[in-house]
Design a protein around this ligand. Structure first.
Ligand code: 5GP
Length: 193
């Protein structure tokens, strides 16, 4: 998606450790017009697919998922909550996620009330790196018996492999920008053609 790539080039900052900071429009200050264009683009790319709910993960996925929902008939948005210690009480689906940026393992969970076997889920998140967050969300959807219809990502860091491994498994993954090169020394950002 050209405008997203242009925005990343204009405002993205490359940090050591393969981290791309986009606080100016996505992770701290949020550009809602851009989010609306992203929502319309996902709508096009998932055209014809039945979506009854959007699932994301706190915190940064929530705003993007809410704007995305407006392009999908305002379906409900559910976000997986993160916690460092989980009391399994039988009322939740849970999975483990390793945070790429914070290098910590979290339990993530969703109440059983909000995912049902007849749901068709579009999973939305801001970034895809090695795929731990998405795989945790997919695991939760599978526990519920619902169907994963698609995966919508704003920025995939293609060189970290998470996206290609999900494509190989047959998931319909639509990343709006795929970064294939991040150079912390020169600040260079390259995209997959
Ligand atoms: P994964 O689980 O695929 O390794 O990483 C995805 C998660 O880590 C996303 O939910 C996102 O919050 C965070 N993340 C991974 N890489 C980056 C990055 O380069 N920049 C930012 N801002 N977040 C990232």
């Amino acid at each position: 998606m050209k405008i997203l790539e242009e925005r990343i080039i204009k405002d993205g900052v490359v940090r050591a450790g393969n981290v791309l900071k986009v606080d100016c429009f996505l992770n701290h200050q949020m550009d809602i017009s851009l989010f609306q264009e992203m929502a319309a683009e996902w709508k096009k790319r998932f055209e014809g697919q039945k979506i009854t709910k959007i699932l994301t993960i706190e915190a940064s996925g929530i705003a993007i998922a809410c704007i995305a929902a407006t392009a999908f008939d305002n379906v409900p948005v559910v976000f997986a909550k993160k916690t460092e210690s989980l009391n399994i009480d039988g009322e939740i689906y849970s999975s483990k996620v390793t945070s790429f940026t914070k290098k910590r393992v979290y339990d993530v969970f969703v109440s059983k009330k909000y995912l049902k076997p007849d749901d068709h889920i579009l999973i939305i998140d801001d970034f895809l790196a090695v795929g731990s967050a998405l795989n945790g969300l997919i695991d939760i959807v599978q526990q519920s018996g619902a169907t994963v219809e698609g995966l919508g990502i704003a920025i995939e860091k293609g060189f970290q492999g998470g996206g290609d491994s999900l494509r190989e498994k047959g998931y319909h993954l639509e990343s709006l920008a795929i970064v294939d090169k991040l150079d912390a020394e020169t600040g260079e950002i390259g995209f997959r053609k």
